[in-house]
Design a protein around this ligand. Structure first.
Ligand code: G1P
Ligand code: ZN
Length: 543
């Protein structure tokens, strides 16, 4: 086998964001682009020689070609073992589970998560650590540093290898194992949930619709929900992964999962609906006529954890990203367990999970997960819900009403302004930053500001600090407005405005969220001058 050493030069902008490096697919397809980044990962982990790696992706356009390139580079670098999902398929949570199970030296996952796929859409790559979690900020910084000084990479001069057929082969020093991407994950799920109870639930006539959005969870949901648990045939829709996700945005929110929402709000709706994203780590939960916000879902899961077989012993603690609603904190208080508030992005949960400080964590962006792996996990969240629904024998709407009666309700919505000109977005953030000191004491639209700051986080486990993680404006009574710029967008800037209003109850617990949040929404646009600075009069996406 011939190993080519290819001269290259640093390519600007290969800085990993909230979740790895995401760019337009055509950017990734440029000569040396992928190779430079992969070699930088290898360099950042002290070389790939003698190391084992998990490889897989969400099946989007360029997934298989990228895997071929990475395999050839890993062989050239002397990797000892590569585990690859057949057809290059591997959901992010399954990748995390398999890295942990087979104790590999980490993994490379090809995905741009919930972003659209196709030659004119998005592609992404991320390195996960041997604990199965996303690279920490430190490791990401090291990878980035190597991208700035790279001058060569190695690649084996080989024909493409067969990544379709399950089996094993050895090339030079490297053992290459093509595995079923579902089996190990399904096995893990069975250890966490009472499959018998869920089977009984389906047998009793309970109906589910799971929208895989033509993304990676199709094969997982089919095998587990329909195959192992006996949900009726066609419970899983859009089940075949497609390179362009059928032209849709594989983002499980009410806007993009509108087909599911129509079913769940239509005549003869099933009892339970769910969806997952491009790489299978996000989830949407919806009952019959009852959408559950991700923040509420997280809180309800924490409150019901003891009814779920793998969590029967209770939770060590919980964590949420800062913009996620405070509903979780109220449950933690009642359970008398610690609640952590971290910056946006799953990587900040890893240390807390490793240190056994938390069992359950989540984000408002439809991500929930637990200590079973080091990524958020879409299908796991669905099984978690099914397990406590099987015990409670109530509808989703009843469970929500009961939850709000007990804890009060955190009305919540997020408004996204996408592809905003970067200067305008930065001006908006700077403007707010400049007013932080004078905000407290002001009352706007009847809302009294009690505190305003820019969120920073001190990691209690490794002592690292993350600054500039979003502007927070807190109001008397528990309401909040948060402004943040997205770290995953690939075009201009995305401004995220997180809006939350707390209603302690017992009255006013079933308002329409837009009514309950009207004053907060008005206040957010007034204090940020959003319309004037960006020219936008309405958000592109409301979730
Ligand atoms: C978004 C979400 C964040 C999530 C990330 C990766 O990041 O807001 O919660 O962890 O995608 O799925 P953002 O674009 O806001 O930086
Ligand atoms: Zn995702």
């Amino acid at each position: 086998m011939h190993i080519k050493t290819v001269s290259t030069t640093p390519i600007e902008g290969q800085k990993p964001g909230t979740s790895g490096l995401r760019m337009k697919t055509r950017v990734f397809m440029q000569p040396h682009y992928l190779e430079n980044f992969v070699q930088s990962i290898f360099n950042a982990i002290g070389g790939i020689e003698g190391k084992s790696l998990l490889l897989g992706g969400d099946g989007r356009y360029f997934n298989q070609q990228a895997i071929q390139t990475i395999v050839k580079m890993a062989i050239a670098g002397g990797a000892s073992h590569l585990i690859i999902g057949a057809e290059g398929i591997m959901s992010t949570p399954a990748a995390s589970a398999i890295i942990r199970k087979f104790k590999t030296n980490g993994g490379i996952i090809l995905s741009a998560s919930h972003n659209a796929g196709g030659i004119d859409e998005d592609f992404g790559i991320k390195y996960n650590l041997p604990n199965g979690g996303p690279a920490t900020a430190r490791v990401s910084d090291r990878i980035f540093a190597y991208t700035l000084e790279i001058d060569q990479y190695q690649i084996a001069d080989l024909d493409d290898i067969d990544i379709i057929t399950i089996g094993e082969t050895t090339i030079a020093e490297t053992r290459i194992q093509i595995i079923d991407p579902v089996a190990d994950y399904a096995e893990l799920m069975e250890t966490l949930f009472d499959f018998d109870a869920i089977r009984e639930l389906f047998k009793s006539g309970f109906r589910i619709k799971f929208d895989a959005m033509h993304a990676v969870t199709g094969p997982y949901a089919k095998a587990i929900l329909e195959g192992q648990l006996g949900a009726e045939k066609d419970s899983v829709i859009n089940a075949v992964p497609l390179p362009d996700f059928g032209g849709g945005h594989p983002d499980p929110n009410p806007i993009h999962a509108h087909q599911l929402m129509e079913i769940m709000y239509g005549d003869d709706a099933p009892d339970f609906g769910a969806a997952s994203d491009g790489d299978g780590d996000r989830n949407l939960i919806v009952g019959k006529n009852c959408y559950v916000t991700p923040s509420d879902s997280l809180a309800v899961m924490a409150a019901n954890a003891k009814l779920v077989s793998g969590y029967r012993k209770g939770l060590k603690g919980v964590a949420r990203s800062m913009p996620t609603s405070q509903a979780l904190d109220r449950v933690a208080k009642k359970l008398d367990i610690p609640a952590f508030e971290t910056p946006t992005g799953w990587k900040y949960f890893g240390n807390l999970l490793d240190a056994n400080k938390v069992t359950l964590c989540g984000e408002e962006s439809a991500g929930t997960g637990s200590s079973h792996i080091r990524e958020k996990d879409g299908l796991w969240a669905v099984l978690f819900w099914l397990n406590f629904l099987a015990n409670r024998k109530q509808s989703v709407a009843e469970i929500m009403a009961d939850h709000w009666k007990t804890y009060g309700r955190n009305y919540y919505t997020r408004h996204d302004y996408e592809a905003v000109e970067s200067d305008a977005a930065n001006n908006l953030m700077d403007g707010l930053r400049g007013k932080l000191a004078i905000f407290p004491g002001h009352t706007i639209n009847g809302l009294a500001i009690i505190h305003a700051d820019e969120f920073s986080y001190h990691d209690p486990v490794d002592g690292s600090n993350a600054t500039a993680q979003g502007i927070r404006i807190l109001f008397d009574g528990g309401s909040r407005i948060i402004f943040r710029l997205s770290g995953t967008g690939t075009e201009g800037a995305t401004i995220r405005v997180y809006l939350e209003s707390f209603e302690p109850g017992p009255e006013n617990l079933d308002q329409k969220p837009e009514d309950a949040l009207a004053d907060i929404i008005k206040t957010a646009s007034q204090i940020s001058n959003l319309e004037e600075l960006t020219g936008r009069t309405a958000p592109d996406v409301k979730t």
